[in-house]
Write a protein that binds this ligand. Structure first.
Ligand code: CMP
Length: 140
């Protein structure tokens, strides 16, 4: 096992319901360390660039409108196998399928408004972290 970093986003449905602290507690309880974090308001264009891999999907417009609808908290999580561990802590994309105790099972409202995003692989984690953070902001 290796120490990894992954990009996490606490989405508008969660920030507007004041759930940032409860979600961060889930990460920390699972052994993930928040090594960078900021609360920002994305434009629809910035959300569109971040999610460009989904540009042809029918939900792309809904997804990017939602991500720009209120502040998000972007963060870098670090730990042993952080990418897979974060995906475990988040639970399945659709909260109806998410295991009990996961963030999405407890907090998500729908497949679209599902409270959190996490990188899915080492290469995407690297790209997604670089989209939001400079090296100077990653203090370990
Ligand atoms: P996320 O992990 O951020 O990656 C892409 C996002 O697209 C996903 O979480 C969901 O929020 C969203 N998404 C996936 N499928 C659908 C769908 N059928 N309808 C709306 N949004 C979706």
């Amino acid at each position: 096992m290796a120490i990894e970093r992954t990009l996490s986003i606490i989405k508008p449905d969660a920030t507007t319901r004041n759930l940032t602290g409860k979600i961060n507690a889930k990460f920390e309880d699972a052994g993930l360390r928040i090594v960078a974090q900021k609360r920002i308001q994305l434009t629809k264009a910035q959300a569109g660039e971040f999610y460009k891999v989904h540009a042809e999907r029918p939900f792309y417009d809904e997804l990017t409108t939602f991500m720009a609808s209120a502040p998000v908290v972007v963060q870098v999580l670090e730990g042993e196998s952080a990418i897979a561990k974060n995906r475990e802590v988040m639970g399945a994309t659709n909260p109806a399928d998410a295991a009990p105790g996961t963030i999405r099972a407890e907090f998500a409202e729908s497949v679209g408004e599902n409270s959190v995003h996490g990188s899915d692989a080492p290469e995407t984690a690297k790209e997604e972290i670089a989209y939001f953070f400079s090296g100077l902001e990653l203090v370990g």
